[in-house]
Design a protein around this ligand. Sequence first.
Ligand code: CO
Length: 163
Amino acid sequence: MTIRILGDPVLREKSERATKFDENLHTFIKNLTEIMYRDDGVGLAAPQVGILKRVFVFDDGEGSKAIINPEIIETSAEMTEIEEGCLSIPDVYANVIRPKWVRMVYQDENGEGHEKIFDNYSGRIVQHESDHLNGILFIDRISNAKKILLKPKLNAIKRKSAT
Ligand code: CO
């Protein structure tokens, strides 16, 4: 599995719900986690390796977790501005404003359901990764001024991705 880079159309697709919590899923989660650590990421979503399933892994500093079929059911009114990056958009960082916390329902790798509030850093990661499952990238959520500034760099990444 290789990381898909900006310009690859798979990053813009909407992923399908995962329905089988079997050995294949467990192997996939293991591989996804390995790639995340290898590339020094704090999160990695299935579409970033070309698999259109609603699955992501992350590590907020307390060990890796796998999140399956996440739904954000509540967001805080309070917003925070935090710098984000993405393994699919190498060497690009920008401030993004998002809710400070989210309440999310999801399944674990065994299909068991959970409901949890993700706050601060973990809240930020799960929002970024959930976006990937809907074909949304963090550069879609930055200010227009910053978008204009980053455009040459993003275009260069897209050109490289196409070759
Ligand atoms: Co990302």
